[in-house]
Design a protein around this ligand. Structure first.
Ligand SMILES: [Zn+2]
Length: 395
């Protein structure tokens, strides 16, 4: 099953049921719509049970029927519709498992002056076997499903407005007195006799779209640096002072030293030494060597050290890592965090789950603010910073 799109509704007589479903098939369907008995009333009606709307593109055909062609799918879709419509509130849901399939659903209302509360509840849902495939379509699907729901709602609002103008009292009376006999089909509610053909075309288009996620590619990979020099500096300067210097370099503060070679070595902790151009000039750390290493800085100690900095310091201080092992180890640590910064820079929406899956914690925020600044444009960077602060409750 590649995926099936369906429209379901809550019938006041029959409860939740499927009104229409669209499938993509490689060839002409071998079977007609199944012969299950399905609820029937004006409100549940769309196409006749033995009727199908069919479109073709060069690869596939798209078949819309009242219920799916296969009996097992009809059952799964019915279950999904019940689940989607049993949620009190309108809105979007993901649910499912490998047995019953995975579902993205969006429930919404259309106006009906004869219904209880003058609204009828509908849902559009997509059912798929493959969870990842489905969730990859999340952003795309929801945008268009919401558009379709919006259009149906708009059509029905117009019909409803006209009805209210023509016979305001009668509608109210009917809704009160005859709650069980007021079912009207979606084509009546929207005033569009061909609404099911429209839905067929929308659903076929959605099923036929290939989602391609374009991920920006940058060929600037960190060049392995002579890490033995960095380890020597780490030992000479001492862990305490090195901590402050590393903090400044990794979070984009200005680091100053009279020895350019030493600076170059320190900047090897960044994926690209050119990042120094985006460092904050107002925060600095000046390193001098007289008898001792002297550091003059206006950068405050943030408390907890970032994961990245900890990993670098652990590698530098770990005597078991030989010179030849230290270099790939440092490169892989830097690459790992560069990867995280890039993911945050191109993902359309950041949330706690994404950050947790990347193992990003609150004390990693300063590093990521600077690293994403070097991976994204200004507007995007502003929204990344805002999201990071919001998610971790930092003001
Ligand atoms: Zn019904």
């Amino acid at each position: 099953m590649e995926g099936i799109l369906a429209l379901g509704h809550f019938c006041e007589t029959h409860g939740p049921c499927v009104v229409l479903s669209t499938q993509r098939c490689k060839g002409d369907p071998e079977q007609g719509p199944h012969s299950l008995t399905v609820p029937w009333c004006e409100a549940c009606q769309s196409l006749e049970l033995d009727q199908a709307l069919v479109s073709r593109d060069e690869y596939c055909i798209y078949v819309t029927t009242r219920t799916p062609l296969q009996q097992d799918l009809a059952f799964l879709l019915k279950q999904a519709t019940v689940r989607s419509l049993s949620c009190e509130q309108e809105g979007t849901l993901y649910f499912g498992d490998n047995e019953r399939g995975h579902v993205i659903s969006h429930s919404f209302t259309v106006h009906d002056s004869l219904a209880r509360g003058f609204l009828r509840k509908y849902t559009i849902l997509m059912l798929m076997r493959d969870k990842l495939h489905l969730l990859n379509k999340w952003t795309f699907l929801l945008k268009h499903i919401k558009d379709i729901a919006g259009i149906l709602n708009e059509y029905s609002a117009k019909v409803n407005e006209e009805e209210q103008l023509q016979r305001p009292q009668r509608s109210v009376r009917q809704a009160q007195n005859q709650p069980n006999n007021t079912g009207r089909s979606l084509s009546q509610l929207t005033g569009k006799p061909a609404i099911y053909a429209h839905l067929h075309l929308w659903f076929a288009w959605l099923l036929g779209c290939q989602i391609i996620v374009e991920k920006p590619f940058s060929s600037n990979l960190p060049v392995p640096k002579p890490s033995s020099l960095l380890r020597t500096l780490f030992q000479e300067i001492g862990q305490e002072k090195f901590k402050l210097i590393a903090l400044c370099i990794l979070t984009g503060k200005t680091v100053d030293a009279s020895d350019p070679n030493m600076l170059e070595t320190l900047y090897s902790m960044l994926p690209d030494p050119n990042w120094v151009q985006k460092a904050d000039k107002s925060k600095y750390c000046k390193i001098r060597k007289e008898n001792n290493w002297l550091i003059d800085s206006n950068v405050l100690n943030p408390g907890k050290t970032s994961t990245l900095q900890n990993e670098i310091e652990n590698a530098l201080g770990d005597a078991r890592l030989t010179e030849s092992a230290l270099e790939p180890q440092l490169t892989s640590i830097v690459m790992h965090w560069l990867h995280i910064a890039r993911v945050l820079s191109w993902c359309p929406q950041m949330d706690l789950k994404l950050l947790q899956s990347l193992n990003v914690q609150k004390h990693d925020i300063p590093v990521l603010i600077y690293w994403t600044l070097n991976c994204s444009d200004c507007d995007k960077h502003d929204s990344i910073v805002k999201s990071l602060y919001n998610i971790y409750g930092v003001s």
